[in-house]
Design a protein around this ligand. Structure first.
Ligand code: NAI
Length: 679
């Protein structure tokens, strides 16, 4: 056997004269296809012209996985469309060279194989994947506002047929090894112990190459494409507007127009991605990607070793927090006074695991990790204790008095309170510095953000440990000051209340919600209020209105007094049946006041500026990340602060002044707008 090392690759030649090429990007935990990595690959592949091996197997030397994708850092340094097109064209040329090799080529995939990494695998003749839950294959480029650019759009549809290919590229979701095998994306899904044998056998006795056949092949035919394209566009339109998210539409167009001519399609693919990547949406989504990475880095897993979590309060929040932690592999004891509450949690957890984990064995293992614990014996063994009982000072304080003597010396004690100052709660503790807030959002399984609440008494160590804990359960930590509403509820509330005021003035709820959706919010504010529960909204609004200038519309109180609590009670602003919203008219003939979007969004933005000025969050970027992951604020706008900078601070400030003149003091311009250093 011979071995040759490069900066980012390692090449071995075995006794069968098979070349084993290991991706091993220098100074990185994961492989990405940076320019340097691709250039080196090109040189290595070029050598094979003179010294031709029996076959080539490409695999990864990293434990984390195969190749995570293109190097997203390079997206931020592009000089313009031409520059982008050159970079993409170069990547295409490298993979074209791989595809043109006159020998069996195999991608041997473990862990993640995403984006450019998946495209590299597609340029091989065969793909073999490790049949392990950690294996993830996908083309998630749409999440960054682009589509595959290294030949993926050209190679995938003929391989698996258009419906599966488009679903994979438009949805951006990743597949397990087995699902990929069923779909025809990989040739074999095999256990890791057979990995290399399978690759060797494939090179030495190459099977027929996979290709879509029958009706699947027909879906790429030029007569079928326009029809299917129209259907796909309609499906995409349900999820994303073209002016907000152009990439999926560009992808459909590319496939529809050029699938018959691969050479031309390659060129068009490159120019389409170059156009998209320089556009506002992709630039914002790339920013969101980096914000997410930044938030991940706020929690260092090494700060805490967590094996056992004890959750007290098995209601809406505590139950879901417990279920989530067990799903992420921790041992969880869940304490509640009520047997019924615990039984409900177990059922909800099972539903979640069935949906997310799928395999019965894995579901059972997660269920086994979640233990109902009515006596609360788990508290003495837990590394992290999360309190999520009723929002009541006396009840929480009484509980702390009872449990504090039982806690392990270094255990983290966290509360999920939404509104009670930590400074009040900690009075019941003999070691107040250990109390920190872990403010999860409902629904826990969907909302990535967790606010880490720092009371004035909270020890820095507790904050670090709480943030680290979030990383152990794959949530995004955001340290926030212990002030009413923290960040997320504080910025959401004025926006929700303005929507309720509009409804009170006679604007139909659907019209209000549509205005917010058109701005890019994931759900209209009226429907959001109904979903959160109008009683919860009212209680948060009352607490905030005591401290901030935030009048509570009478309409909200009226509905709550009448027992209309939103989705959970069947009636709120809308009506619901079995949790589903009933149709409430389209109001096509109705002309809404011209300023409804501004009224809602300017209150939102004004409050974010206030939060930054008050130091609720340390800096603007983290605030943007928190607001995006905590409220769903239009990701393609890159976050509220980014949006203000892009639109023009002076212009938006002026808009607020006008709204104040027209609608009153709740639009008063926050002093932060005049502090240039905040922007
Ligand atoms: P919930 O009313 O659904 O559940 C509370 C649970 O705690 C009940 O099952 C009750 O039996 C149990 N409980 C009460 N006292 C107890 C005690 N001494 N020992 C053991 N169990 C006890 O309440 P929810 O909505 O889950 O809220 C819990 C906490 O989470 C509150 O502090 C709330 O402010 C906060 N929160 C709520 C959110 C929401 O959307 N509901 C969002 C974020 C935070």
């Amino acid at each position: 056997m011979t071995e040759q090392s490069y900066q980012h690759w390692r090449l071995e030649r075995d006794e069968h004269d098979i070349a084993w090429l290991y991706a091993d990007k220098a100074n990185a935990g994961a492989n990405t296809l940076s320019k340097a990595v691709l250039e080196e690959l090109y040189d290595i592949l070029s050598q094979f012209n003179e010294d031709r091996p029996q076959g080539l197997v490409i695999l990864s030397a990293k434990a984390s996985g195969f190749i995570a994708g293109a190097d997203i850092n390079e997206f931020t340094t592009l000089g313009g469309q031409k520059d982008a097109e050159d970079l993409i064209g170069r990547g295409q040329a490298v993979l074209d060279r791989l595809a043109a090799l006159d020998m069996p080529t195999v991608a041997l995939i473990h862990g993640f194989c995403l984006g450019g990494g998946m495209e590299l695998a597609l340029a091989c003749r065969y793909r073999i994947a490790d049949d392990d839950p950690k294996t993830k294959l996908g083309l998630p480029e749409v999440n960054l506002g682009i589509h595959p650019g290294f030949g993926g759009t050209v190679r995938l549809p003929p391989l698996v047929g258009a419906p599966a290919a488009m679903d994979m590229m438009l949805g951006g979701r990743s597949l397990s090894a087995r699902a990929a095998q069923r779909m025809g994306l990989v040739d074999y899904a095999v256990p890791a112990r057979h990995f290399k044998d399978a690759a060797r056998a494939t090179v030495l006795r190459p099977p027929a190459r996979k290709q879509a056949t029958g009706w699947k092949a027909w879906t790429n035919h030029k007569l079928v494409r326009p029809l299917l394209a129209r259907y796909l566009e309609k499906q995409v339109a349900k999820r994303a507007r073209k002016d907000h998210y152009p990439a999926p539409y560009a992808l459909i167009e590319l496939w529809k127009n050029h699938m018959d001519d691969p050479r031309r399609m390659m060129r068009e693919e490159a120019s389409s991605v170059a156009r998209l990547v320089m556009g506002e949406t992709a630039q914002s989504l790339v920013r969101v990607f980096f914000l997410q990475e930044r938030m991940k880095s706020l929690g260092d897993k090494k700060e805490i070793e967590v094996k056992h979590v004890h959750v007290i309060g098995g209601g809406v929040m505590g139950g879901d927090i417990a279920a989530w932690c067990a799903m992420r592999g921790l041992h969880v004891t869940l304490q509640d006074r009520s047997h019924e509450a615990l039984a409900r949690v177990v059922k909800r957890a099972h539903d979640l695991y069935r949906k997310r984990l799928k395999q019965p064995r894995v579901i059972q293992a997660a269920m086994d990790r979640l233990m109902p614990d009515i006596q609360g014996v788990g508290v003495a063994k837990a590394d992290v204790v999360i309190e999520a009982i009723f929002e009541d000072v006396d009840a929480k304080q009484a509980l702390y008095k009872e449990i504090e003597p039982k806690l392990k010396k270094d255990a983290v004690l966290a509360t999920n309170t939404s509104s009670i100052p930590l400074e009040t709660l900690c009075k019941a503790l003999s070691r107040p510095s250990r109390l920190v807030g872990l403010h999860f959002f409902n629904p826990v399984a969907k909302m990535q953000l967790v606010e880490i609440v720092k009371g004035t008494q909270t020890a820095e160590k507790a904050v670090k440990q709480a943030a680290a804990f979030c990383r152990h359960i794959e949530r995004l930590p955001l340290p926030v000051k212990s002030a009413p509403g923290f960040l997320v509820n504080r910025v959401l509330m004025p926006y929700l209340l303005e929507a309720v005021t509009l409804e009170e003035e006679g604007v139909p709820a659907t019209v209000i919600d549509k205005a917010a959706l058109d701005f890019g919010m994931p759900m209209g504010p009226i429907e959001l209020a109904d979903t959160v529960g109008l009683d919860i909204c009212l209680s948060v609004a009352r607490i905030l209105s005591q401290q901030l200038d935030m009048p509570v519309p009478g309409r909200l109180e009226q509905l709550v007094n009448a027992g209309h609590l939103g989705r959970k009670s069947g009636t709120g602003f809308y009506r619901y049946q079995n949790g589903k919203k009933l149709f409430s008219g389209e109001h096509k003939a109705y002309t809404p006041p011209a300023d409804i979007t501004d009224r809602m969004m300017m209150r939102f933005l004004n409050e974010t500026v206030a939060c930054l000025r008050e130091g609720i969050v340390d800096e603007g970027d983290l605030l943007d990340g928190g607001v995006i992951f905590g409220t769903g604020f239009a990701p393609f706008r890159g976050g509220p602060m980014h949006y203000i900078r892009k639109t023009g601070r002076a212009q938006l400030r002026h808009r607020l002044e006008t709204l104040e003149t027209q609608h009153g003091a709740r639009f008063r311009v926050d002093a932060g707008w005049d502090q240039a250093d905040l922007f």
